[in-house]
Design a protein around this ligand. Structure first.
Ligand SMILES: [Zn+2]
Length: 97
């Protein structure tokens, strides 16, 4: 993350130095982007994914079963797999949506 003067809460340079140190000390966000279907989102906060997914910068999430993967190729293979099913029960239906 790059900080410019507009990014700080404070205008005083000493307070900005303190704020910059605070941001670096509390930076615990490892996952920067998540792709679900056709949408890629930038994350705002810490995302506690387990094990091998904990430090992955970009995660790919299956839009049907919500399984998360490290590689887009893995997601493509997963989506072509007949074992991937929509999770949960349908609770709402409107005009096919
Ligand atoms: Zn799936």
């Amino acid at each position: 993350m790059t900080l410019d003067n507009k990014s700080f809460l404070f205008s005083n340079p000493e307070e900005q130095d303190f704020e910059k140190k605070y941001i670096e000390m509390t930076k615990i966000k490892y996952t920067e982007r998540v792709t679900v279907g056709d949408s890629t989102l930038e994350t705002w906060y810490y995302s506690p994914y387990p094990g091998e997914y904990a430090n992955v910068e970009h995660l790919y999430v299956c839009p049907r079963c919500l399984k998360y993967m490290r590689k887009q190729k893995t997601l493509r293979n997963h989506l072509s797999n007949d074992n991937c099913k929509v999770v949960g029960d349908k609770v709402y239906d409107y005009d096919g949506l």
